[in-house]
Design a protein around this ligand. Structure first.
Ligand code: PHE
Length: 341
């Protein structure tokens, strides 16, 4: 009697599943609930177990379980047919656009300052310059004295320089690396020294820490004309073939003569705009012929050798290249800014 119930239920289930539209997973799901749900028919049979004698119970249990397995697998099969049919229908109706970009994988990118530094190193390495990163902490000798900077020079003031101890400081420029290099190398040589520098300064265009790159060439008969040539080619590499350079007389204790170098404004091409304050030019860095006193301080014969040196800010170059309005953005670690590169 009881096993007859089971058989009838199985037949009813099969009949019902046959009638269902196999495309409609909601209908299939309704059948699942009807048979296997908490109050479902198969579940109901299991509940009858308690009313059976000990002798009948094992066989009955097995049969109901077999039915349950059967119903479950039939429902699963029907659902997978329905799923495939739905997908085929979608494909046939043609509204899947395979040309849409895939979800982004969120790859990172290199920092604009890092890119500028690599570009500079590549450029000068190709011209035979050695790279010396120097050190962030310098003594008074390397940062000032050997660079012919007198004791009363304003840059030695506590207000401009971060002192770590007496006569020990965070370097205020990369020029000290010139001294380290000249103390340990005899000319002819050419080197660049990129690195961080520190000054007591903080506004839209000045940061307490920024990066510079120093350059130095020493040989017999090195002239200011060669300095201009190297820097002109370098500016063309950084900003394009159309930019011009100009050199304005200036003063640095460690070069004589000294100059500030400007490039034609990279935004207006020299015609004058808000960013170049109408002048058509932008300041890039300092340069000059190595002062004989600096050679003497490093044990290089100033009668025999001449040289030129230059120094410029990497942050400034990155700002000009990408029209970045504030230097602080470069070290602010703001994802909204960084993800633009
Ligand atoms: N050290 C100078 C500065 O920080 C730049 C400079 C470097 C000038 C080399 C001349 C020669 O402003």
């Amino acid at each position: 009697m009881i096993s007859k119930n089971i058989q009838e239920l199985k037949a009813a289930f099969e009949a019902e599943l046959k009638l269902v539209d196999l495309n409609a997973s909601t209908e299939i799901d309704a059948i699942r609930v009807k048979y296997l749900g908490k109050k479902g028919l198969v579940t109901g049979l299991l509940k009858q177990m308690g009313t059976l004698s000990d002798a009948d119970r094992p066989l009955f249990g097995k049969k109901v379980n077999d039915l349950k397995t059967f119903v479950t697998s039939e429902i699963e099969r029907a659902l997978s047919v329905a799923k495939e049919a739905a997908l085929n229908q979608k494909l046939e109706s043609g509204f899947i656009d395979y040309t849409l970009p895939a979800d982004g994988i969120g790859a990172g990118s290199t920092h604009p300052l890092y890119d500028v530094r690599e570009e500079i190193i590549d450029f000068f390495a190709q011209m035979g310059f050695e790279v010396d990163f120097g050190r962030d902490i310098e003594t008074d000798w390397y940062n000032f004295e050997a660079l012919n900077t007198p004791p009363d020079h304003p840059s030695r003031d506590m207000q401009d320089t971060f002192y770590v101890a007496d006569k020990v400081m965070l370097r205020t420029h990369t020029s000290g690396t010139q001294i380290h290099y000249m103390e340990t190398h005899q000319p002819p040589f050419r080197m660049i020294a990129p690195g961080h520098v520190f000054r007591v300064d903080n506004d839209a265009t000045h940061a307490p820490m920024f990066q510079q790159c120093e350059g130095l060439i020493v040989d017999e008969n090195i002239s200011f004309a060669q300095l201009k040539g190297v820097l002109q080619v370098f500016m063309n590499k950084l900003f394009g073939p159309h930019v011009k350079t100009r050199f304005r007389p200036s003063f640095f204790p460690f070069t004589e003569p000294s100059a500030e170098m400007d490039v034609s404004c990279v935004f207006c091409d020299g015609s004058g705009c808000r960013r170049c304050k109408g002048t058509g030019w932008m300041e890039i860095g300092g340069c000059g012929s190595v002062d004989p006193n600096v050679f003497k301080n490093c044990g290089i014969d100033p009668e025999k050798y001449t040289g030129f040196a230059f120094g410029f800010g990497l942050d400034r170059i990155a700002m000009l290249k990408h029209a970045i309005p504030e230097i602080g953005l470069l070290t602010g670690n703001d994802q909204r800014f960084l993800s633009q590169f």
